[in-house]
Design a protein around this ligand. Sequence first.
Ligand SMILES: NC(=O)c1ccc[n+]([C@@H]2O[C@H](COP(=O)([O-])OP(=O)(O)OC[C@H]3O[C@@H](n4cnc5c(N)ncnc54)[C@H](OP(=O)(O)O)[C@@H]3O)[C@@H](O)[C@H]2O)c1
Length: 421
Amino acid sequence: MATTSDTEGRMRVMREAVGRHTRDFPLHAPDESVKLPEKDVVLATGTTGVVGARILHELMHDDSVARIYAVNRRHKGQMDTLLERQKIAFAKQDLPSDYLQSEKVILVEANMDEDGLGLSPALLGEVRESVTHIVHNAWRVDFGLPLASFEPNIRSVRCIVDLALSSHLPTPARILFVSSIAAVWLANTSPHASVPEEPAPPDFALINGYGQSKWVAEMILQQSPLQSTIVRIGQVCGAIGSNGSAYWNTVEWFPRVVKSSVTLGCFPSGNARISWIPVDAVARFLVRARSTSSGFLHLVHPRPASWAVLARTISVALGLHLVPYIEWRAKLEGATRGSKANTNRGRLPVAKILPLLPPMLSSRDLGAGEAMDLPNLDMTAASRLLALDENLLGLEQVDERDVQAWVQAWKESGFLYPPKL
Ligand SMILES: NC(=O)c1ccc[n+]([C@@H]2O[C@H](COP(=O)([O-])OP(=O)(O)OC[C@H]3O[C@@H](n4cnc5c(N)ncnc54)[C@H](OP(=O)(O)O)[C@@H]3O)[C@@H](O)[C@H]2O)c1
């Protein structure tokens, strides 16, 4: 259990990180000969990831966007080009990639934690003369690492701020930062209250280094002279594609629970709330939110579903018994103890991340409240934006079809039942 001095020490380190990255912001010095473009020009980072690929897809089909700079980190020592990596990211989510080679999209390899993102002088000049919006989405998503491991990500926020301020346009580029519910995971609110869409104190973020890093990033943006929007997103889930399956990255905690349950032959029952939101809706919201004047927005599913529906569907789809959480957990622990640990490692992928999850699937073992003990997020400002988009306003509750589509994708990829050698 963390002592008060541990807690104070960790918060001091977080504040120091903010301090290090908020000194001497440059002044914005527009060039009077450079005019604001008629349509938006958007620089989006991390488009090879799950959310980022969807953001890029949305931007490509947005008529109010003239050009997109899709900025991604370099993969040192790898032969595949960024275009190939981007195509693979699109294929995973069943998104057509023909548009990727249109003039509207410029794929850019960058060093996001360097001044000017390490772009060539010519490209940097182009960005400074045209980019109106930056969507900063690239981040290391790993609950097991300490805050120090996120230093390059944190530095990237400052580099993005400086880039926006170096714009030659009459106003600096607006920044939309993709933050996470993890930055407020430990919000000490009663089950009925919710976290407001505003800056949060550091202790809300102490869940893990990832949450802390998002808090630090939020504070850097808050203290910068720029107008920015910070979107704290809850759990993202796969969206049903035209092929009927729904890609959901198998390194995440929930796919690991499902695969481990297949090995155990049972799945935990419960009635917890799940406010998971499909990735296509997330991207649509983010792209819409790029011009909002709100400083903070929260995004979880506006119509939460129930773990009970999810458990029932998984039980039928995979032929698993539903058992109380305590029983499921005891089986899992039994299968990972002693000599069984090695044999079962690959078949019980949740075992590896168990210590990183809050009291596992709680709330009070899936009885009530939100699964994973995630806090309630107030969505007053976000709801106003949702209301402007009929697809988002009419967003349906996650139901059996979604769960079946996730299962289908995990089966097709060989994740649930690897091919026999
Ligand atoms: N998935 C969720 O449930 C969820 C919930 C809340 C917030 N978010 C936020 O949403 C954003 C996207 O998440 P995601 O689920 O799409 O994750 P993802 O699939 O892992 O994608 C992450 C993206 O960031 C890039 N990236 C990773 N580490 C990086 C680094 N050190 N420097 C530069 N780029 C790096 C990745 O590039 P490579 O392709 O080269 O690896 C990829 O493009 C993140 O900011 C995350 O915190 C996600």
